[in-house]
Design a protein around this ligand. Structure first.
Ligand SMILES: [Zn+2]
Length: 287
């Protein structure tokens, strides 16, 4: 429900941007979305941006981790955000070239390369608003099961496997990329089963990512290389320990020094998000 509300807010913010001709871009959407996440996520949240104020790391990736309540299981993912353009036609930045590389390198190739070297899933987060909401697929099993009316604004944030996104290029259109995308909240919705799974959000999210991998409208020559684990990680990647240690430092100078060290070690990252499930209640454990 938390992710659904973030997506709906994002949808409405993009609508305002269109209506009022605001220059409220991808980074601003990400920042406000993370603020909402910090306020609303029912479990434990750590959000650590690596940018200094006003520095702006345009197009950098975020490292996300879903963790079980006891912290023993982790599903990390590398996330790259992209905006649907104001004409509702395409994501014009997917193909963008980056860096001082000669010849120029596509951002998506570097993104996938980093995720491969870390063994993490690479996920696009698309920020959407469409004037014609009938173009949004209505495929959430959970909402249908709950008897909810179609909810196009749940697609304010949609997600896709980066390999599927790359396989569809040079096509950057919404109508193409929605074919292998799901609404953000469907990462954790369990498809209407109502179950959280014995291993919590890492297990549920991983199942959703495997489902995304199966959505292959385009031939993908790299499918055997995709880092998509069969089970959540038993060892939490070191970066998340380091971020927790930085976030828990009471002394601001110590905290800043730890963040600075992370910033230097991971220049490609805009920041880190860690979402730990809330401890289970009696109600959860009933069949
Ligand atoms: Zn769903």
């Amino acid at each position: 429900m938390c992710l659904l509300s973030l997506a709906r807010k994002t949808w409405h913010r993009r609508a305002s941007v269109k209506r009022h001709h605001l220059s409220f871009g991808e980074e601003s959407i990400t920042e406000t979305m993370l603020m909402d996440l910090a306020d609303r996520f029912p479990g434990d949240v750590v959000i650590q941006p690596f940018n200094k104020v006003h520095e702006g790391r345009y197009g950098a990736d975020w490292a996300w981790a879903f963790q079980s309540a006891d912290g023993t299981l982790t599903l990390p993912m590398l996330v790259q955000a992209k905006l649907l353009n104001l004409q509702d036609t395409e994501y014009p930045e997917i193909k963008r070239l980056v860096g001082r590389h000669q010849p120029p390198v596509r951002q998506i190739d570097l993104f996938i390369q980093t995720a491969e070297s870390w063994g993490w899933p690479a996920i696009y987060a698309f920020y959407n608003h469409l004037d014609d909401s009938s173009r949004v697929p209505d495929i959430c099993g959970s909402l249908a099961l709950a008897g909810a009316a179609p909810m196009p604004e749940s697609w304010g944030i949609s997600i896709a496997d980066a390999y599927n996104v790359r396989a569809a290029l040079d096509d950057q259109t919404f109508d193409t990329h929605q074919l292998h995308s799901i609404a953000f909240h469907c990462l954790l919705c369990g498809g209407g089963s109502g179950r959280r799974g014995s291993q919590g959000s890492p297990e549920v999210a991983l199942r959703a990512l495997h489902g995304l991998r199966g959505a292959l409208p385009f031939p993908d020559v790299d499918s055997d290389k995709r880092p998509l684990p069969d089970a959540p990680f038993l060892d939490t990647p070191a970066i998340f320990h380091a971020v927790r240690a930085a976030a828990s430092a009471d002394e601001p100078t110590i905290r800043e020094a730890r963040v600075q060290a992370l910033r230097e070690e991971f220049p490609q990252l805009a920041g880190v998000v860690i979402l730990r499930d809330e401890p289970r209640t009696e109600r959860d454990s009933k069949p």
